[in-house]
Design a protein. Sequence first.
Length: 559
Amino acid sequence: MTDYFFASSCALALLLSTAAFSQTVPAGFPVLEESLRRQQLLGVEELKDFSFGLRPIVKLKQNRFTSLDDTLPIKEKKVHLELLPVLSTTVYNSNRPYGWGNFSMMNSVGIQSLLSPGVYGNLLFLKFQFRPEYIASQNKRYQGFKDSFDDQIINNRFRLWNFGDSPERFSKDYNSFAWWGQSYISLNAGPIELGASTQNIWWGPGQFNALIFSNNARGMKHLYLRTSRPANIFIGKLESEIIVGRAEDSGILPSQNQFLNQAYARPFSGDWRYVSGINILFQPVFLPGFFLGFSRTFQQYNDMVEKSFRGRFPIFESFQKKKLFTNENSVEYDGNEQDQQAALSIRYFNSKANVELYAEYGRRDHSYDWREFILNPEHARAYLFGFSKFIKTSKENVFYQVRGEIVHQQESINRYIRYEFLNSFNASWHTHYQVRGFSNEGQSMGVGIGVGGNVQMLEFSRIYKLNKVGLLIQRLENQQDFYYGSLAGNADKKPWVDFSAGLLWDHQWDRFIVSSKAQVIQGNNYQWENSSGSTADFPQGKKLWTFSSTLSLIYQLHP
């Protein structure tokens, strides 16, 4: 523990000696990104054209977050250099991994800390940001999936593991490491930006989750071409991004039980995955506050990539396997070992009512033709929807916030009716039988709640500028595809569902911001245990109580 106290002391010393204000707010950055979104709903004019479906948000005032009007997009200076706000985040999980959306931090048990300082600069049309991330983790062992199930159930569990990359516990290589983090370098011309980056990107309108890209995994190395701000195209405002990147497998076999790994785990290929993607968001000129979004990604092991434009940018291929007016396949996707995901999103906000509504619907796996897509849209799909509402009070800058979100990844019942041959878990979101999961370094790049999981979240809070006191309630259904494909017929086995309640507290003291969350989780039927499997760790065989907390410290200098 001495090492962790020492690391925390160093982090605090850095917090007290450096920082300033970032030109780019990293996707999912504590307090500050949420503040920007709140400002938009409260009617700040300069933010009205941002969809929040393409993040990080760039080009912001060089000023502290002291009031609701201090963080607005403006024109940058031609020559500029500044230190960035230092972020220090510490996560604690008492006896099992819990939580998601923590940048390069791995899902683990015990204490885990992230430290991220940085520097930003621009010279005419050249812009760069160096914001590395240093991770230190205890990464303790814990009770995972047990070997007491019969062979068929264990085999089914490993089929989902083998179609993805989500190890129960990371190796010692992940206990302490440094990474480029939220760094990039780019060339800029008006609203167009071309660059290379290891930043997390966030596609989609979600506040807590995203179907395609979020801040749940370590940022992927990628090249990008994007709009740095909404571009006026006369019929409305456009935001867009095209990326090509390199995603890495973790190389870690999934179970903590090495005997099970030897018997059931599928070895990794050793190759990396080539990822290409496109994201487009449009706000019609006649519908202010309304945004339509579309995103699409492909991934493929690099050795299988065709060295041509079509091979490098399959995102521009047709959406059906069957060519129009012929009986030929447009691309032999299964033979090329490609995996596709596509999503549509909508978001609407009204600053007079201080409310926003949004939804995102995604699908992986090509339809054979448009008829099959129309008749069977629920195949291999996932969706989310959410809202925010602010209630003003008689006190200036004080209001109440209610926001919620639902994410559903569990496969539709039609899988068992129309696709009986897929009962072996070939269609779960973020999985693929050839290209494994849509992940980087062992964590999902999109939804972070686990394969086949569903979650419902509701937050009530009181807001004053950047200060917040609130309550967060969550219900998380774990690995539903595995449960209903393997255990639902067993009367002794019930779904593994986590109920949690947490306190939220954010506060600003001049240049110093604290963001904290403390949750108590009741894991009902944890790892699908029942009374016959009672142990010293689980004396009743059904419930596991867990404490999880997150503490983020942000420090910035006066302008």
